[in-house]
Design a binder for this molecule. Structure first.
Ligand code: TYM
Length: 340
């Protein structure tokens, strides 16, 4: 079992990242260790340059994200925690896979279409080839399990297509170069939505801070954001079928369910017939209780830049070692003789 996943350092990490992905990294690091496997989690700083960004802030936000991940429970003895920029094999393998990935596959990516909008010609090449780097990220380590939210599923399918085509074109069936990775998507929190619009994803790049719960928010901010979260005037129904056409209500109930580890139906049984005046304070409390230890630990860790840099340096050394055999095999399969 090889668990691999990444998270971008731009913007503030939020509840969607936590419930959709980070919580699963923490769970899977133990599952992997129990099976003699390993978990590699990285900060996707190379992906961050595909959009306009501030170079002066990139390293600081990378370190903050390391502090966040450790505060959420990643254990750097069990998990290899690093940033892409310190492991050149990610960028190298991306180029090698660019010969295999097809323009048509990339053109179909919904993230590309959403981010580029009507101005495709004005986008960076990196935004277009972004999923090839993402494929390299997981294929480099022979990932078997990739914990992600629903929005990354299509990128993972592309990684599988790239691996399959490369194996078909350049390797024998007995000795494939790449393992086909499986996405691990939490059924109950695959897509946490914005608190201001139940049809838009909760996102680091949303200009409104009221749209998301940041993992570093304090209790007052959390309670205020939940109080102001958009809802409708109807009371809560007795089961999930009654939430059809009520995206904001469904989102809040789903968040509650994911936090306490129950199904949406179980939560609704408890709140059936109640309005948001009762439900919102209850949700706020569960959120505050869940995030309190995380934000406290984050505040302890975030200013110790030396310790955070040391975590990344150690993680990168381990990642470079783990990735070497696959990178060598990819060069060889393509008939490239490499300098040392
Ligand atoms: P990023 O940085 O946007 O998000 C990190 C993780 O959080 C999940 N996520 C969500 N889950 C549920 N609800 C939401 N509202 C929500 N918002 C974000 C994402 O699905 C992701 O798992 N391209 C990736 C980073 C990446 C990567 C990889 C991931 C680079 N290489 C290789 C996996 C494997 C990204 O931008 O995630």
């Amino acid at each position: 079992m090889r668990v691999v996943s990444g998270i971008q350092p731009t913007g503030k990490p939020h509840l969607g990242n936590y419930l959709g992905a980070i919580r699963n990294y923490v769970k899977l690091q133990d599952d992997a260790a129990a099976q003699g496997g390993e978990c590699l989690i990285f900060i996707a700083d190379l992906h961050a340059i595909s959009m306009p960004h501030d170079p002066a802030e990139l390293h600081a936000s990378t370190l903050e994200l390391v502090a966040t991940l450790v505060a959420c429970g990643l254990d750097t003895d069990k998990t290899v925690l690093f940033n892409q920029a310190q492991v050149p094999a990610h960028a190298e393998l991306e180029w090698l896979l660019s010969g295999t990935a097809r323009m048509g596959w990339l053109n179909r990516m919904t993230q590309w279409k959403d981010k580029a909008g009507k101005n495709r010609e004005g986008q960076s090449v990196a935004l277009f080839t972004y999923p090839v780097l993402q494929a390299a990220d997981v294929l480099l380590y022979q990932a078997t399990h990739v914990p992600v939210g629903e929005d990354q599923k299509q990128h993972l399918e592309l990684a599988r297509d790239v691996a399959q085509k490369f194996n078909n074109d350049f390797a024998s069936e007995q000795e494939p170069v790449f393992t086909l990775p499986e996405p691990i998507i939490p059924p109950d929190a695959a897509r946490i939505m914005s608190l201001r619009d139940g049809t838009a994803k909760m996102s680091k790049s949303d200009p409104s801070d009221m749209s998301r719960i940041n993992l570093a928010d304090d209790a007052d901010a959390i309670m205020q954001k939940i109080r102001k979260a958009r809802t409708d005037a109807e009371p809560l129904p007795g089961d999930s079928a009654g939430l059809a056409g009520r995206p904001e209500a469904l989102n809040l109930v789903s968040i509650h369910a994911a936090l306490v580890g129950e199904s949406v139906d179980t939560v609704l049984k408890r709140f059936a017939g109640q309005g948001f005046g009762v439900f919102k304070p209850a949700l706020g409390e569960v959120l505050v209780e869940t995030l309190r230890p995380i934000s406290a630990r984050f505040r302890e860790l975030k200013n110790d830049r030396e310790a955070l840099d040391a975590i990344l340096a150690r993680g990168a050394a381990r990642a470079r070692e783990r990735g070497r055999p696959t990178l060598d095999a990819a060069y060889k399969a393509l008939g490239l003789v490499r300098g040392r």
